[in-house]
Design a protein. Structure first.
Length: 341
């Protein structure tokens, strides 16, 4: 109900986030602090640095988000935290914080699966005229995950396919690094690709035409590495780099479109397609997926960017969906689960 107030907390990777939603799913306040600058010197997320940064940031951020929402801690009816999958240090900090707050205020505690939160985000009220109805196909593409999932209901998920090696975002970041772009390179690679000739280099299109919905990106990454290595040192000019970026992105789009088409064929009852995760920010990918969805008569739901990448609004919303479905609240003894399929 709209009088309820749900605090969401997200600390599973390199974003510290918290949000206050009312029970109807209306966002009262939301905050995200990225740790990208802390990890950039290392070229990737360093777990202990992430945990320490969450610990330093979370308390003041929760105080601030409550203040912005005009809510006292004592008025929060439920505290929801991501307890997996993710980096254990961060999960313990967010989960422990949420449990302590629930215990102190008498609020309910919800232990949220990060992937479930991504899976349900598109149903947040107000994002689309008609929110996606169950069942739908979810393509989750982030730095840590690449999966096609049949979302059949709250708490009812079936994995149709996943990556056999690198995650999609990881592939973007590794290729960006090969091209000399700063971490995380996904967004920079998309910008560079826009000025490149995608037809100049023929890169492999992994998994294309193969049955099922699995992904693979390591062969494509290796092909890019070989292209780069074949040039004499220092001879990779901007035009070359842009052409490689464009070819790589085109290969990823082709693969994703093919895999999505297979998923839709495996799930004829799907009402639509939802994309989520940081890689879903990529406009070429969105365009490619939209074409596949349109061809099969499905709508494509792509949440706004701030809700595609890691955030706490999706965590609070998942708790609301679970509460409505009669799933939860959860026990204070609920453990964190770094691996949680
Ligand atoms: O969902 P996210 O913010 O964090 C998690 O991994 O959970 O995703 C981050 C990933 C990074 O690998 C980043 O390079 C990639 O999403 N990414 C992009 C774009 N924006 C972010 N990849 C391709 N094109 C983009 N525009
Ligand atoms: Zn995520």
């Amino acid at each position: 109900d709209a009088a309820a107030l749900v605090l969401g907390i997200e600390t599973s990777c390199d974003e510290t986030a918290c949000a206050v939603l009312d029970g109807a799913g209306v966002v009262r306040a939301e905050l995200v602090a990225s740790q990208i600058a802390d990890h950039a010197p290392f070229g990737g997320v360093v777990p202990e640095i992430a945990a320490r940064a969450h610990l330093a940031a979370l308390g003041p951020m929760v105080a601030s988000v409550l203040r912005t929402a005009g809510v006292r801690a004592a008025d929060v009816s439920a505290v929801a935290a991501t307890v997996g999958p993710g980096l254990i240090g961060g999960l313990i900090i967010g989960g422990g914080f949420a449990k302590g707050m629930a215990l102190a205020t008498g609020a309910d505690f919800y232990a949220i699966n990060h992937l479930e939160a991504h899976a349900l985000t598109a149903r947040l009220p107000g994002l689309s005229a008609v929110p996606p109805a169950f069942p739908y196909v979810l393509l989750l593409v982030s730095g840590g995950h690449t999966a096609l999932i049949a979302v059949e209901g709250v708490g009812r998920y079936r994995q149709l396919g996943t990556t056999l090696d690198d995650a999609a975002g990881e592939a973007f970041d590794k290729v960006a690094k090969l091209l000399g772009l700063a971490y995380p390179g996904g967004p920079a690679l998309e910008l560079l690709a826009a000025e490149g000739d995608a037809a100049r280099f023929a890169l492999p299109r992994p998994m294309l035409g193969r049955s099922g919905c699995d992904f693979s990106f390591s062969g494509l990454k290796t092909a890019v590495a070989q292209l780069v290595a074949a040039r004499p040192a220092g001879a990779l000019d901007r035009e070359d780099a842009a052409a490689i970026a464009a070819s790589f992105q085109a290969a990823v789009v082709a693969t994703m479109a093919d895999r999505l088409a297979h998923a839709l064929a495996m799930m004829p009852s799907a009402s639509g397609v939802v994309v989520a995760g940081g890689v879903a920010a990529n406009q070429a990918i969105r365009t490619g997926l939209r074409a596949v969805a349109a061809r099969t008569g499905h709508a494509l739901f792509a949440p706004p960017l701030r809700l595609c990448t890691d955030n706490a609004t999706m965590v609070a919303w998942a708790a609301i969906e679970r509460a409505r479905a009669g799933l939860g609240p959860d026990a204070l003894a609920t453990p964190c689960r770094p691996r949680w399929p």
